[in-house]
Write a protein of this length. Structure first.
Length: 685
């Protein structure tokens, strides 16, 4: 209203409003209204909208102004207006007296064309910062860090340079608002997670704003910055990213370090053990010094098959057992290095086999990978065992065997690798078991066994590692099972069993770990299966089953986890298979099957995941095999097979992935084996 000498001042600081009023000369009228934008501009006619930054010693406040007064007077009045109105800016952090250490804090502000210079808060808002000192000629505005002097970007670039970040990381990122978008081009990550040493980005306004994060505590960050109010000065702020206007953070931390030449310190104190023919992966780490780090081997030798790359990753597949000592060296990006002696112990890879021996003994054979010798232990003497055994191995090197004992008991034997003693636990007493059992191991150390029970039931036993108790669950009642079952474990802890059902159906049972319920799916109906099936599981959750089909065909079934369908593929047609087959899976998704072929040959079939073809290789010709064989696969892609040979010998065959040759080793000579032998290898992890 005419003659009104009161000025209303309202400022909103990140959602918190402060208002007041004060008297001004009657010749002037103005109203100050809050704004969230972080830029300063004014009209040439000194009328319209003006975004104004307050005293930089306070929390930055921005306002729109409608005014009718000379620009110089308005600028001079603003601090007085705010103070007189009693306005308080929350969370204010006083500016540092040393300008935050920035070396170009006193570069001149030049008003083109070189007529005005000055100093102090708001003294040259909105203008370029240049090297002009005589106010009469133009010079470069860019500092050695690649950005305009006294701009937010130049201050941040200077801070990064003091931490020895290379110019290739902080130069060329453009205006402040573009730093996040351009980060990946400089090998940087931009996300919404603050970290000490990262750069906070505000994308609002024409040019945006960046600041250096000096502290993070919960949801609160503290930043150091220049030119927040476009006044060319240093300030610090603390608050949540949203309160401060920052939407993302560019992460320079991995490139920041101490003084050039300061040696880093290797923090790795030991490395995990390895196993022959099994994939290995580990890494060495360091702190301090200057990054990026470069790693190398400085003394000694890694185990054959392993190597170290410049980033410190040690990987490969060991080819030799033993203890290998060596030293690694790390060199900082700015110079300085450190070394440390380390050791990797490589245990041997080994294959184990179990078989029913002469006079119904239970015999165990073991072999160190790559050697022709097979050691033998008699697990249990004459007349102790009434079926072919089942064997499995644990990650800790323990071997476990299940067998049908004398008087149809279910017996469990375990042995610590490298020791001669075999401990016996009677899982279920006389008259409980009507078939050879099947054993498998879980990742948590639990042992599970499936067997055909009395009256042709399907029984499941489980045991917690190191305890004597064996718990029984009847999976399916009397008259449901016509063969020895096959059991396998899935990565998610689910147990799966395949068995020949009543009327020669192929039945599949599954159980969620820790629950008593067993769900049944009929994979193939009555009259489809002529042998005990073999089951295996893949890393992707697929279960695969092989069985001898009608007319002595070799049949393969597969199922995607959680679906009821079991598509069938005839691997080999009628008259091709004379025994129950054995199946295993490889890490690359390939399924492999072995079976006794016509004329007692030993046959091998393999299939690439998702394809219908099953190429065949005759491992050993007619008259070489007297039992159903057993197959297992190793982490290095090798397949191993055991079988009862002519004259009741125990024979072992091995094949390197992708080659047609199957070298043979006679594990034990004629008259040593009275059943199909079962082979096992250590788990891959």
């Amino acid at each position: 209203m005419p003659g009104d000498n009161r000025l209303k001042v309202c400022v909103v600081n990140h959602g918190r409003a402060c208002c007041g009023s004060l008297a001004i000369p009657l010749s002037y009228r103005a109203e100050v209204v809050s704004s969230r934008r972080n830029q300063y501009s004014e009209s040439a006619a000194l009328r319209g909208e003006l975004e104004l930054a307050m005293d930089s010693s306070r929390y930055i406040a921005l306002a729109k102004h409608r005014f009718r007064m000379p620009r110089a007077l308005l600028l001079a009045l603003i601090p007085t207006l705010v103070s007189s109105a009693g306005l308080v800016f929350p969370n204010a952090i006083p500016a540092s007296a040393d300008a935050g250490g920035y070396p170009y804090y006193n570069m001149a502000c030049v008003v083109s064309p070189y007529g005005t210079t000055g100093n102090g808060p708001n003294w040259c808002a909105g203008y370029n910062w240049g090297t002009i000192r005589n106010n009469t000629s133009a010079a470069s505005e860019l500092s050695p860090y690649g950005y305009d002097y006294r701009n937010c970007t130049d201050y941040v670039a200077w801070r990064l340079s003091t931490l020895h970040v290379k110019p290739a990381q902080y130069k060329g990122l453009g205006n402040a608002k573009a730093w996040g978008a351009n980060a990946s081009g400089n090998g940087l990550v931009d996300n919404g997670v603050p970290a000490v040493g990262s750069v906070a980005v505000d994308t609002t306004g024409t040019f945006g704003h960046v600041a250096f994060v000096t502290a993070v505590k919960g949801n609160t960050i503290t930043v150091a910055q220049y030119n927040r109010g476009e006044d060319g000065n240093y300030s610090a702020q603390s608050g949540t990213p949203g309160q401060l206007g920052f939407s993302s953070f560019v992460h320079f931390e991995r490139y920041e370090s101490g003084s050039p030449g300061t040696p880093p310190s290797i923090t790795t104190t030991s490395l995990p053990a390895a196993r022959v023919a099994t994939s290995y992966s580990a890494a060495v780490s360091a702190s301090g010094g200057s990054v990026p780090y470069a790693w190398s081997l400085s003394a000694g030798s890694l185990p054959p098959g392993l190597s170290i790359n410049p980033s410190g990753a040690i990987s490969g597949m060991p080819g030799q057992a033993g203890s290998f000592s060596f030293s690694v060296k790390v060199t900082g990006g700015g110079g300085g290095s450190a070394t440390k002696a380390l050791t990797i112990s490589v245990s041997p890879q080994y294959e184990n086999a179990a078989a029913l021996g002469p006079n119904n003994s239970l015999d165990f054979y073991y072999n160190t990978y790559g050697t022709p010798q097979w050691g033998m232990s008699e697990v249990a003497g004459a007349m102790t065992t009434d079926s072919a055994p089942s064997i499995a191995m644990m990650a800790n090197g323990e071997t476990v065997i299940a067998a049908q004992g004398a008087n149809n008991s279910l017996d469990f034997y375990y042995n610590i690798y490298g020791t001669p003693a075999w401990n016996l636990t009677v899982v279920a007493g006389a008259g409980t078991t009507d078939s050879a059992p099947s054993i498998a191991m879980m990742a948590n150390g639990e042992t599970v066994i499936a067997a055909q029970g009395a009256n042709n039931s399907l029984d499941f036993y489980y045991n917690i590692y190191g305890t004597p108790a064996w718990n029984l669950t009847v999976v399916a009642g009397a008259g449901t099972t016509d063969s020895a079952p096959s059991i396998a474990m899935m990565a998610n802890g689910e147990t799966v069993i395949a068995a020949q059902g009543a009327n020669n159906s192929l039945d599949f049972y599954y159980n969620i770990y820790g629950t008593p319920a067993w769900n049944l799916t009929v994979v193939a109906g009555a009259g489809t299966t002529d042998s005990a099936p073999s089951i295996a599981t893949m890393a992707n959750g697929e279960a695969v089953i092989t069985a001898q089909g009608p007319g002595d065909s070799l049949d393969f079934y597969y199922n995607t986890y959680g679906t009821p369908q079991w598509p069938q593929t005839v691997v080999a047609g009628a008259g091709t298979t004379d025994s129950a087959p054995s199946i295993a899976t490889m890490a690359n998704g390939e399924a492999v099957i072995t079976a006794q072929g016509p004329g007692d040959s030993l046959d091998f079939y393999y299939n690439t995941y998702g394809t219908p073809q099953w190429p065949q290789t005759v491992v050993a010709g007619a008259g070489t095999t007297d039992s159903a064989p057993s197959i297992a696969t190793m982490a290095n892609g090798e397949a191993v097979i055991t079988a009862q040979g002519p004259g009741d010998s125990l024979d072992f065959y091995y094949n390197t992935y992708g080659t047609p040759q199957w070298p043979q080793t006679v594990v034990a000579g004629a008259g040593t084996t009275d059943s199909a032998a079962v082979v096992a290898v250590p788990p891959s992890s």
